[in-house]
Write a protein that binds this ligand. Structure first.
Ligand SMILES: NC(=O)C1=CN([C@@H]2O[C@H](COP(=O)(O)OP(=O)(O)OC[C@H]3O[C@@H](n4cnc5c(N)ncnc54)[C@H](O)[C@@H]3O)[C@@H](O)[C@H]2O)C=CC1
Ligand SMILES: O=C(O)[C@@H]1CCC=N1
Length: 271
């Protein structure tokens, strides 16, 4: 396999960098001894060193020099600055993966020296539990094998697909940001049951398992979600009462608009 013998680096070990490092090491795709991570914030490095066992440094150069594949997991707003500080240590043997929301491949490539191999990825935070939904898109100097490597890395922490770059903003609005739309849904559903007398712990377990089960059915039965909804909804039963309330509050429009607005922000970040 093409990842064999390769070393993986992360610049930025915040929420997403740490989630990916933990997920990828848990999956066994890379041994922690073959993973290098750097950040300016030492506590996150200490946590990774202690709990995962990867190599850590406050010097990004250490990550770059030791790694064959380098994931840039810093905020879009500082990506240029970070690239400027590492670009002269990047040669054509190394692959760069950017997970920065919005930032286009052409803009990333133009910050590096000519010929740099770049792949852009939009993962999500569920990499922590090996259930991320990721999309990758290939830069102009990246090879088919680079795309396969990126797909293998992100598939190790969930599902990963390849899309044309013009769809990356839509992916960001949908699956990149999406977990944050569902956590309040879980909390609010649990609140409803707490209102009705259920204890908080049981309510959260049942709410989260309900979301998980519905998602699994949508994925595994490959049945249209409308048909799955009809399977739960008995005539004059309990479910249709709940559905009517959700429709009155415009739930479909709210979720559609959330994805569209988040995609718009991704487009703004790319300007
Ligand atoms: N949080 C999420 O769910 C997702 C985030 N992303 C993308 O991942 C990237 C990181 O986002 P988060 O992890 O949420 O942000 P974060 O703020 O948690 O992490 C960013 C990390 O970069 C570090 N950093 C800042 N300057 C640095 C430098 N010069 N060198 C090395 N490290 C430096 C910070 O100390 C911090 O630990 C962003 O570009 C974001 O668009 C993509 C998908 C999902
Ligand atoms: O909110 C953000 O900008 C990042 C990108 C996708 C998820 N979190």
């Amino acid at each position: 396999m093409s990842l064999e013998g390769k070393k993986l680096g992360f610049i930025g070990t915040g929420k997403m960098g740490s989630a990916l490092i933990k997920g990828i090491c848990d999956a066994g795709l890379f041994a922690p001894s073959n993973v290098y991570a750097s950040d300016l914030y030492e506590p996150s490095l200490d946590e990774l060193k202690q709990n995962v066992g990867v190599n850590v440094s406050t010097d990004n150069a250490a990550t770059v020099i030791n790694s064959d594949i380098i994931v840039l997991a810093v905020k879009p707003q500082i990506l240029k600055k970070v690239i400027a500080s590492i670009k002269d240590d990047i040669d054509s043997d190394k692959l760069i993966i950017s997970i920065a929301a919005g930032v286009k491949l052409a803009d990333i490539e133009s910050e590096f020296n000519e010929g740099t191999r770049v792949i852009r990825v939009m993962p999500n935070i569920a990499a922590t539990v090996a259930e991320a939904a990721s999309a990758i898109t290939q830069g102009s100097n990246a090879s088919k094998e680079d795309a396969e490597d990126a797909l293998a890395i992100f598939s190790s922490v969930g599902s990963a697909i390849q899309v044309p770059e013009n769809l990356m903003d839509a992916v960001t609005g949908l699956s990149g940001s999406g977990p944050a739309y569902i956590f309040p849904v879980i909390e609010a559903m649990a609140d409803g049951a707490v209102y009705e007398g259920l204890d908080r712990k049981s309510a959260l377990v049942l709410a989260a398992q309900t979301v998980l089960g519905a998602a699994k059915m949508a994925l595994e039965t490959e049945t249209h979600p409308g048909e799955l909804k009809d399977m739960v909804t008995s005539p004059a039963g309990t479910t249709i009462r709940g559905i009517k309330v959700l429709e009155e509050y415009g739930i479909r429009s709210a979720f559609m608009q959330a994805v569209i607005e988040s995609s718009n922000r991704s487009k703004e970040l790319g300007k």
